[in-house]
Design a protein around this ligand. Sequence first.
Ligand SMILES: C[S@@+](CC[C@H](N)C(=O)[O-])C[C@H]1O[C@@H](n2cnc3c(N)ncnc32)[C@H](O)[C@@H]1O
Length: 211
Amino acid sequence: MNWKWLYDLIESFGYELEDYRRGTPATDLAIWRAVRGYTVTSPSRIFGLLGAVEYLTTHKVPGAVVECGVWKGGSMFAALRKLVELGDTSRPAYFFDLFEASTEQEVKERAAETRYRPELVTTIKGDVLATLDAIDTGTIALLRLDTNTYETTKRELEVLWPRLAPGGVLILDDYGHWPCFKRAVDEFFTAQGIKPWLHRIDYTGRIVVKA
Ligand SMILES: C[S@@+](CC[C@H](N)C(=O)[O-])C[C@H]1O[C@@H](n2cnc3c(N)ncnc32)[C@H](O)[C@@H]1O
């Protein structure tokens, strides 16, 4: 049956109907199914993240994987599962959050279910405005920002962007959704004098590869 009329109808209201399974490797779909209960992000943003991990592994970009704003941990679990799949299991992983949606211990236990080496996983509980400076992550390969306030996003970029390796990937979860998030990012890059290409994942997610 031709469903074009349905797609056209939905599109006429400004929405897009997409079957996220089309063109997605079975292994990535399996990761999505494993983490979907622990994330509020979209399938497209998880698949964008998995693509970023594959790129970093393929090109041997050195450094840690870091997320600010992990909630129940789903995005980081997806990244760790992909690293395990690719046999790239020596990167430190840092989970920054207030840990109110799940306890720090619960997130740690679920991280262990990914089969990533637990000794490489560090959870940092508290306000990133206080914790970021206290933790030396070393060089970062993958940086995912998802705390969503102007102050936290700006501070995360000020502290962590300089640590991102050349070729490293920055993922901005809420650039299109929260105006304050976009303002923090735009102001930061303007102050740096750089105009990176913000690759669109979906209406809100963006990916930047550091030159
Ligand atoms: C939208 S959720 C993150 C979603 C998650 N990345 C995912 O994949 O589902 C935002 C998270 O940011 C955290 N957060 C907000 N402000 C924070 C702050 N000042 N310091 C640390 N974490 C913060 C909240 O605790 C919450 O878990």
